[in-house]
Design a binder for this molecule. Structure first.
Ligand SMILES: [Cu+2]
Length: 184
């Protein structure tokens, strides 16, 4: 049941259901206004000009173009259970406030599948490039049967920071670790 809520269509269904109270409030206010204020409006109703339609079209097109163009920069989400060729698996267990990792040392060119689970509360597994850029963050929900998994290929040597980016208690800021990537 918990897995259904957090994965796939379950999240969408829950999000839609959460809108219902707001819709009820919204329509009850609109409805009330319709009864209270039945005098003609002082300002004439404004028609949408063609320029305004053009702007809406530009915004919509920009929205889709930017979204599709950014897809290739998205981290690769994969299944945690199926075998993958030429990929090193790392099992990660997140607890307040540390990461237990089955491996922390890699080489440039290694493709690594990070398979992570939370043992207690909400955490995340975020990986930072040595230059400080956030490569990805993976949310870790407690109680899930399937682990979260992401694939990343290391292209530069250095010290990669690992942090939790979901607030998880008083020592959330101290929940971090490092991964070392050596020259090939
Ligand atoms: Cu945290």
């Amino acid at each position: 049941m918990v897995d259904f809520i957090y994965t796939g269509w379950g999240a969408l269904v829950v999000t839609l259901l959460m809108q219902i109270p707001f819709l009820i409030i919204f329509f009850s206010i609109v409805n009330k206004k319709a009864f209270v204020d039945n005098t003609p409006a002082e300002t004439p109703a404004e028609k949408y000009t063609s320029t305004r339609y053009l702007w809406i079209a530009i915004v919509l097109i920009a929205f889709f173009v930017v979204n599709f163009a950014s897809v290739k920069y998205m981290p690769t989400v994969v299944e945690a259970n199926t075998k993958m060729a030429n990929v090193k698996d790392v099992d990660i267990s997140a607890t307040s406030w540390k990461f237990d990792m089955s491996e922390r040392n890699f080489q440039v060119g290694d493709t690594v599948r990070f398979i992570a689970k939370s043992e207690d509360t909400m955490h995340s597994f975020a990986l930072y490039h040595p230059d400080g850029e956030l490569l990805f963050t993976m949310m870790l929900m407690p109680g899930l049967e399937t682990a979260s998994a992401l694939v990343h290929t290391f292209d530069k040597p250095g010290i990669y920071m690992v942090r939790c980016l979901e607030y998880c208690g008083v020592n959330h800021h101290g929940m971090r670790s490092v991964i070392t990537v050596a020259e090939k």
